[in-house]
Design a protein around this ligand. Structure first.
Ligand code: ARG
Length: 467
């Protein structure tokens, strides 16, 4: 009986079917990060140039070797940017790919670059630089998003719409006021981005493997050259820490949650039943079978992106949980989560900025809905307190009876006759009709942060001065 010949490379019973080759290839596959960490090439080269320059400055390597190293690294930078660099999985990651190419280009001097450092502080540096740049980009994008909201808020400071609680009509508000609620959220997101930049603004390079190094390096010099405020203070923490990645993901997750609430509102508002907004063709699609449809796909996808961004935060928190100090290879799993979240958060912010700027606000539909559902009932109760002198609880009760009457007659509060109202409480006068309109209701809410157009305009001015 012929035994199936096991070729030397697929001897493993468990993995043999999936992998055409043996454990060495599996090791290579699980170990390699070049597939994704090549994104860090520019940061890696910048970091190495700063490191080599400092080594030469401190007399640790010769000026001549430093020149060769810097020249070689610049050549590699242009090779990568021209798409001419061959990345090799055998060389595991971006750090070793670049170092190996440097050796081919400049010979033995390349071996001096890795003096007084380790891949542990090197990867911490590269990734911090990348996250710092991404946070700066996020900050700029949030500023654009806020600007779009401020413009719409200004344009619609007087546009009445129903305000909701429990998604039930509650009290009339203005669309401008609703827009400004999002300005507050995205403003806090931007503040969190700024805090995150501030926290990570310390240079890891020179922590070496974990314990520091006997060479007379100058970490303040490299920190300055790389645009960090100062070097990190504890070498063990430096190579163990991924808080900066976790903070990026937390900030991204909270921002994505904010975006998803708006996305959901846009989905609801753009239904024929609400009809508060009409999306531009640029941010919607048609149906292949139902010709009447216009689907809010961009808003739906922004809503859905929250899933993967929140997932990335939980994934990295779970990777870091219980990891003993200092570096462990587990930490290599940090990058894909951050890269994926960054890409998708950028897309979501950009799509939302575009949607906000483009969408048509249907003021007629908003006004109509603002007056429906007895939305000025609280105004009636407040009027009974102020003009008739009833305690609020009694006023609430009287108003409840008025609402029940309007409901039974199938009309709005403002459509009831004075006789109807006086039958419930004889002290009511025709002055009450002044507060039963939505415009009067909105204009009366002048408390700080309230929905009165004048107040909303003040808040817009406050934000304009800070955006
Ligand atoms: N590719 C590794 C990472 O992303 C680089 C650091 C490797 N360090 C080591 N001691 N194996 O984390």
């Amino acid at each position: 009986m012929a035994e199936s010949t096991k070729d030397a490379t697929s001897s493993n019973q468990m993995w043999g079917g999936r992998f055409a080759s043996g454990p060495d290839a599996i090791m290579e596959e699980i170990n390699a990060s070049i597939g994704f960490d090549k994104k860090l090439y520019a940061q890696d080269i910048r970091g190495s140039i700063a490191h080599a320059t400092m080594l030469a400055e401190k007399g640790i390597i010769s000026g001549e070797d430093k020149e060769k190293i810097v020249e070689g690294l610049n050549t590699i930078l242009s090779e990568i940017e021209a798409g001419k660099f061959e990345f090799s999985r055998k060389l595991e990651d971006i750090h070793m790919n670049i170092e190996a190419r440097l050796a081919t280009l400049i010979g033995p001097a390349a071996g001096r670059l890795h003096t007084a450092r380790s891949r542990n502080d090197q990867v911490a540096l590269d990734f911090r630089l990348w996250v710092k740049e991404e946070l700066a980009k996020t900050e700029r994008m949030l500023t654009d998003l806020i600007a779009a909201f401020l413009d719409r808020a200004e344009e619609h400071a007087d546009t009445v719409m129903p305000g909701f609680t429990h998604l039930q009509t509650a009290q009339p508000v203005t669309f401008g006021h609703h827009c400004m609620a999002y300005v507050e959220m995205f403003g806090r997101d931007r503040a969190r981005v700024r805090h995150a930049i501030d926290h990570l603004d310390e240079s890891p390079i020179g922590a070496a493997a974990l314990a520091g190094t006997p060479y007379p390096i100058d970490r303040h010099m490299t920190a300055k050259a790389l645009g960090f405020r100062e070097p990190t203070r504890n070498s063990i923490d430096t190579v163990s820490d991924r808080d900066f990645a976790l903070e990026f993901l937390s900030v991204a997750a909270i921002c994505a949650v904010h975006l998803s609430r708006l996305a959901e509102e846009i989905v609801i508002w753009s239904t024929p039943q609400f009809g508060f907004v009409r999306l531009s063709d640029a941010f919607s699609t048609g149906s292949s079978i139902m010709p009447q449809k216009k689907n809010p796909d961009a808003a739906e996808l922004v809503r859905a992106k929250t899933g993967r961004i929140n997932g990335s935060l939980v994934a990295l928190l779970t990777v870091m949980k219980g990891l003993p100090l200092a570096y462990s290879k587990d930490m290599q799993e940090d990058k894909e989560q951050v890269f994926d979240s960054a890409e998708n958060l950028e897309l979501a912010i950009a799509a939302m900025t575009g949607m906000m700027r483009d969408m048509t606000i249907r003021t007629d539909k908003m006004r109509q809905a603002a007056g429906a559902g007895f939305s000025t009932a609280t105004d009636l109760a407040d009027w009974l307190v102020r003009s008739v002198g009833l305690p609020f609880r009694d006023a609430h009760h009287v108003t409840g009876r008025v609402v029940a009457l309007a409901e039974s007659k199938g009309c709005d509060l403002s459509e009831l006759s004075l006789e109807d109202l006086q039958a419930i409480n004889p002290a009511i006068t025709d002055k009450v009709f002044d507060v039963l309109s939505v415009d009067a209701s909105v204009a009366s809410r002048t408390s700080f942060g309230g929905t009165a157009p004048a107040e909303v305009r003040k808040q817009i001015a406050w934000w304009r001065a800070r955006n």
